[in-house]
Design a protein around this ligand. Structure first.
Ligand code: 2PG
Ligand code: MN
Ligand code: MN
Length: 560
């Protein structure tokens, strides 16, 4: 906005809607709309509050798109996720997201002309190129086909020694699919070996137990990865990646998300690929939240979150830059989307005071992602962000209520305090418990989230405010993989194929509360509306017209 200065931030008054109403903006994480059956945990759970919106005020309830191109993903086959969902909700426009930008850079070859690739290339002659990231075709954090292209492209451009450190998924793809992905990777690496490139798998582990923590919930996760990837130390040693994953999956209750860390060793038992001085490292995930902690460990000189033991002097680049504010990492292969002029920034410039809260595992969603992948406050005097510490070291089916009550209480207190115009929260239950694949626990999770919504709208009732309740993508509404006709699929042994991932489903949005002016309802001329249409809607409810280039508002005010 720069030279245009403060004036350019000024939003016009809405011709019909008043200012000064307290708005609760609630995001239910992983809460989509799907056919009601026994695998729809939202349907099975007792959720009177969310149900009531649909039945009591149908003109103030609708579905919006939360996946595919509506949130900047490459295709309609891409399920939604928190990063793109919250980006769209906060920014009010659709930006081509990491997945798509990497596709384009690889297809055009521009990825190899950029500063980031030139930087890592300096290690190709005398060092090893290490690739670290999530191995699946889930498309939420990374994609196998992008890794394959990068391996090929790096080898063609002089990488002589390559080591892959993979993280198994089972969260964005079916549990057990890791074996197939590792087999594919082994085949690619053996093809490279035929071309005289010394290419091998060096280490691995499950994404939720090794490396991919987020928002500094548990540094031990990153440390386990560091020990395997950098130091070459892990509790398990195998001769090949396929053998590792197959063996580790034989343990009772083992699953792809939580496989323990392992290293691949040579015939003398020595690790084949610890990261050493002079090597290059690329973290090939495009998504930020779960790579930021590792990026800090790889890049920061004064890092003190765990004892790194040995800090190799490397050329490190991220697939993308993961944090624009922190400039982390300083080298990257693809420039991230520039998400600027988000609704949060407009609102602080127009006097709207904001409170945002979630528990650790989703805290960055309603702050960092909401604000266009930007850390910190726009204006410390007008905003307060509160993080409730998440439970550490458990899978959330053990505590499916998570911190829903605590989040709702914080929101209630913020609403009743009169200090804020917007109180924004993320309720993680449907998503975090849905990812465990535990149907019973997910039902409990949905009920807890519904109760939290009720507590928040009770507070809104008391202050004469407005509520906007929506979700960022589906998850808990469908817990099984289905065939095209919608019938649940069974595996070879006749067991249900449990769906731990997000879905392609639309999500609900409901508005209401005593402060909502009579005559406000959803328009029917934006049938394809998606998450990006929510920002203009909320700006209107704060009493302003949205910026011209925002996706259109979902509401109209009819005079009665
Ligand atoms: O846990 C995560 O990292 C993703 C799934 O890969 O979920 P969400 O987008 O809801 O954060
Ligand atoms: Mn989410
Ligand atoms: Mn999720």
């Amino acid at each position: 906005m720069g030279s245009a200065g403060q004036n350019a931030w000024k939003l016009a008054d809405h011709p019909k809607l008043p200012k000064g109403k307290t708005i609760a903006m609630v995001v239910l994480d992983g809460w989509g709309e799907a056919k009601p059956d026994q695998y729809n945990c939202i349907h099975v759970a007792h959720t009177p509050t969310m149900d009531s919106f649909k039945t009591t005020a149908p003109e103030k309830w609708r579905l919006i798109k939360a996946h595919g191109t509506a949130v900047g993903l490459p295709s309609e086959d891409d399920m939604g996720n928190s990063e793109v969902g919250h980006n769209a909700l906060g920014a009010g426009r659709i930006f081509a997201q990491g997945a798509k930008l990497v596709d384009l850079a690889l297809a055009s070859g521009k990825i190899y002309d950029g500063e980031g690739f030139k930087y890592i290339k300096q290690s190709f002659n005398n060092g090893t190129l290490h690739l670290i990231g999530l191995l699946s075709d889930g498309g939420v954090h990374s994609r196998l086909d992008q890794l394959q292209l990068l391996l090929k492209g790096a080898a063609e451009r002089g990488a002589k020694r390559i080591r892959v450190h993979f993280l198994t998924d089972g969260r964005d793809v079916l549990d057990g699919s890791s074996v197939g992905f590792v087999e594919t990777l082994e085949k690619d690496l053996s093809n490279l070996r035929e071309k005289a490139v010394d290419a091998q798998i060096a280490s691995g582990g499950g994404r939720m137990y090794v490396t991919m923590d987020r928002y500094e919930n548990d540094w031990n996760v990153v440390k386990r990865g560091w020990d395997a990837q950098v130091l070459g130390e892990a509790p398990y040693k195998f001769r090949s990646g396929v053998e590792a994953v197959k063996k580790l999956r034989e343990e009772p209750k083992a699953n792809d998300q939580y496989l323990p860390p392992f290293v691949i060793v040579d015939e003398s038992g020595n690790p084949v690929g610890p990261i050493k001085d002079g090597d290059a490292v690329v973290t090939f995930n495009f998504r930020a939240d779960r790579m930021t902690m590792l990026a800090k460990a790889l890049e920061y000189a004064d890092f003190d979150k765990f004892d790194r033991v040995r800090v190799p002097k490397i050329h490190y680049a991220g697939m993308l830059q993961y944090d624009g504010e922190l400039k982390l990492p300083s080298h990257y292969l693809v420039t991230p989307p520039e998400i600027e002029r988000t609704s949060g920034e407009y609102l602080v410039h127009n006097g709207v005071r904001t409170f945002a809260c979630s528990e650790t595992v989703k805290f960055g969603h309603v702050t960092f992602f909401w604000n266009g992948n930007r850390s910190g406050y726009f204006n410390e005097e007008m905003e307060e962000y509160v993080e409730i510490p998440s439970d550490v070291g458990i899978t959330f089916n053990v505590q499916p209520k998570m911190k829903a009550l605590e989040i709702a209480e914080k929101a209630r207190d913020a609403i009743l305090s009169g200090k804020f115009d917007q109180v924004r929260v993320n309720l993680p239950n449907g998503d975090m418990v849905g990812h465990t694949g535990d149907i019973e626990a997910t039902v409990v999770a949905c009920k807890a989230a519904d109760g939290a919504v009720q507590m928040i709208i009770d507070a809104i009732e008391q202050v004469g405010g407005i509520y906007v309740i929506t979700a960022d993508h589906g998850n808990a509404e469908d817990m099984v993989k289905r065939d095209k006709s919608g019938k649940p699929l069974l595996d070879k042994s006749g067991n249900l194929q449990i769906l731990t991932s997000h879905t392609l489903q639309p999500v609900p949005i409901a508005i209401g509360g005593p402060g909502l002016k009579a005559g406000v309802r959803f328009r029917n001329d934006v049938p394809t509306g998606g998450l990006a249409n929510v920002a203009a809607t909320v700006i209107n409810l704060h009493g302003f017209e949205a910026p011209n280039d925002y996706e259109p508002t979902l509401i109209e005010v009819v005079d009665n």
